[in-house]
Ligand binder design. Structure first.
Ligand SMILES: [Zn+2]
Ligand SMILES: [Zn+2]
Length: 335
């Protein structure tokens, strides 16, 4: 792990792939919770319900690229998939360490679950327990834990990219005598350059103000709470549980949210887009959930298994709406 000071790369791809969108148990259409975020060549997995490895097989993603798994809480529908996934990684001779994060209690539980059936091979499993406010810093982004409110200790997670360098002012660079080529690239990456005559040109002289990176938030299971608003303020994407429609009066009693409440959180946090997930098996058609959410927050969308969504840089968000709409169509299982 490195410090958080590196700027986010200018063109790192980021895509969300929903691998499980059901609450409590799987249905014919939905598996139990798992959300993959593919960023560049690595995959971060948020929750890992039973059968997540099979969902990987049906998606375009490779489970071998999973580097980090973040568990929101220790209800079985959110973590039972770790055992099988790790077992398969071992049999495929994975050597890279796997990082597991979760609330207090994760270490003991995961040490037990990942030792089941351990017969051959091995890679390191590094487990870290998180509490609200904790942050793990990677090369050019962080994942921060937030307090959720559920029937057990529960965390939400935000993936927050570091700021990107500001826009490069080519004319200014040429005026200052910087030759086109290698030095342009260095300045764009935030490095100073020394010209042939010994003068030093700093990035501040040729770059505009830093631009924020992308931010994706995932609640796991929760009633609507301030932790969500804090976590999701300014996020590009909020993935919020919406177990029930608002006519189900016991939603909050069971530690869950209605889709209307999820939409209200998205509205308050000012997010770009809301995905409703953790849909109760009682809904064979989630239209009722989406319809009530859209009345409050028009950018509400149903998360479906294998739905893919490309997260664009904030400034690029409205550059190609047609392409974005195309990527959003749920791909049918391929395997
Ligand atoms: Zn759940
Ligand atoms: Zn739960």
């Amino acid at each position: 792990m490195e410090g958080p000071c590196n700027p986010a790369p200018m063109h790192e791809s980021m895509e969300i792939v929903f691998l499980g969108t059901s609450a409590s148990w799987p249905t014919a259409e939905r598996n139990v919770p798992a959300v993959a975020v593919k960023r560049g060549s690595e995959i971060l997995l948020f929750d890992c319900g039973e059968g997540t490895q099979r969902q990987f097989q049906k998606s375009k993603l490779s489970y071998m690229q999973v580097d980090k798994i973040f568990l929101t809480h220790l209800h079985a529908d959110h973590f039972l998939g770790v055992t099988g996934l790790v077992q398969t990684m071992r049999m495929n001779e994975r050597t890279e360490p796997l990082h597991l994060y979760g609330p207090p209690g994760t270490k003991e539980l995961m040490e037990m679950l990942t030792s089941i059936g351990k017969s051959r091979g091995g890679f390191q499993i590094r487990i870290r327990e998180m509490t609200p406010g904790d942050e793990v810093a990677f090369k050019d982004y962080v994942v921060r834990a937030y307090e959720m409110r559920h029937t057990t200790y529960a965390l939400g997670y935000a993936l927050i990219e570091n700021d990107r360098p500001g826009r490069f002012n080519k004319e200014r660079a040429l005026e200052l005598g910087v030759p086109e080529g290698r030095m342009f690239g260095a300045l764009q990456r935030g490095e100073s350059v020394t010209l042939k005559d010994g003068r030093v040109v700093t990035p501040e002289e040729v770059l505009g103000p830093a631009r924020r990176g992308r931010k994706v938030c995932y609640t796991g299971d929760t009633v609507p709470c301030e932790g969500v608003v804090e976590m999701a303020t300014g996020a590009d994407v909020l993935i919020h549980e919406a177990t029930y429609a608002s006519d189900f009066k016991d939603a909050n009693l069971y530690g869950h949210s209605t889709s209307q409440q999820a939409a209200f959180m998205a509205h308050r946090a000012g997010v770009g887009r809301l995905f409703l997930t953790h849909i109760s098996p009682r809904y064979t058609n989630a239209k009722v959930l989406v319809d009530e959410a859209r009345k409050l927050f028009p950018e509400s969308h149903e998360a479906r298994d294998f739905l893919e969504f490309v997260v664009k840089f904030p400034q690029d968000a409205d550059a190609a709406p047609a392409a974005e709409a195309a990527t959003e169509a749920a791909k049918p299982p391929t395997g």
